[in-house]
Ligand binder design. Sequence first.
Ligand code: FDA
Length: 375
Amino acid sequence: NEKFDYLIVGAGLFGAVFAHEAALKGKKVKVIEKRDHIAGNIYTKEVAGIQVHQYGAHIFHTSDRAIWNYVNQFAEFNRYTNTPVANYHGEMYNLPFNMNTFNKLWGVRTPQEAAQKIQEQRDAAKISGQPRNLEEQAITLIGTDIYEKLIKGYTEKQWGQKATELPAFIIRRLPVRYTYDNNYFNDTYQGIPIGGYTQIVAKMLDHPNIDVETNMDFFARKAEYLADYPKVVFTGMIDQFFDYQLGELAYRSLRFETETLPVDNYQGNAVINYTDAETPFTRIIEHKHFEFGKGDDNQTVITKEYPVDWKRGDEPYYPVNNQTNNNLYKQYAKLGAKQDQIIFGGRLGQYRYYDMHQVIHAALVTVKAEFESGK
Ligand code: FDA
């Protein structure tokens, strides 16, 4: 039997960065993945000549040059800029909230006119003192029109709760821009890898010191794995690792409905958010627009994204980072810290809503700590 230095549970971005860096240090690494493919939630697959994001729209963005250079080793990125559009009962608005949105809503033309309109709506709402819930918080920040048309329905669908029952902290800040700029992110670097995301993880894992096994769930033979491997990097759910002994952490899940349609251009944009309460999905992604219309003529692939209440066995796409869950996570992290053999990493292992650049950063910090301590 080959001797491995590390077992990595999960072939997502965190696991792949760790595996890659460990292999470069001469360590032997075994990666197991319960799905039938690598790359975790950044997995993309070619359909009709288009890279389809199988687990929701993924746009890479960062202001950290080192992370941008790091990821560019594994793919060339295009110049895609995220400019989502909102559909509210057929009315189309640019996002994030900016002068284009304000002009469409109210006919205002200057930043001064827009700011005045928002101030009037805040004043009219007469919310005094600390906002007690998400609704009050949103209206305090941006006024009633934008709240009613662009925030309320979308947020209620996403969380499965009324805005008046959701905590205010979910939207401490709202991106508001008094310029005619539809670029969603403020970061210096942004793009989509030409040829998709899967190649990034595939290249990270393509090393003679790395062995990858898909369709293998850690929990199918947890005891043997812990006995056989000196070190384990675990990127699954930390509460599941500890057999939910302190209770369940909360997650939100999603259902993706993907279809190929016999048209060239279905919606004219990569991402359209449906911000009313009646439409059951939150957004439709048209994948070819991530790559400027590449792909077969007269065909397009779209994905509808439906929010779903999470229960055991479902994919845990989003941690629900409220006070209760964060406190519970801290208790699990304490249990984790007592186990020298295990490193918990990634979105599920650290119960944190990490974007891709943050996951890469976190993995590189973990690698550094691991190898500097001379283990
Ligand atoms: P990830 O979940 O990808 O990987 C963990 C892997 O471990 C999975 O493959 C899982 O199957 C496996 N696993 C779990 N338990 C296991 C077990 N018991 N045994 C074996 N394997 C197990 N970020 C961004 O920068 N820009 C964006 O636009 C978006 N958009 C976006 C949309 C949606 C809908 C989601 C859900 C997420 C995003 N993200 C994003 C975030 C991005 O997906 C995220 O940062 C990374 O995929 C996280 O990588 P991890 O390796 O931490 O987790």
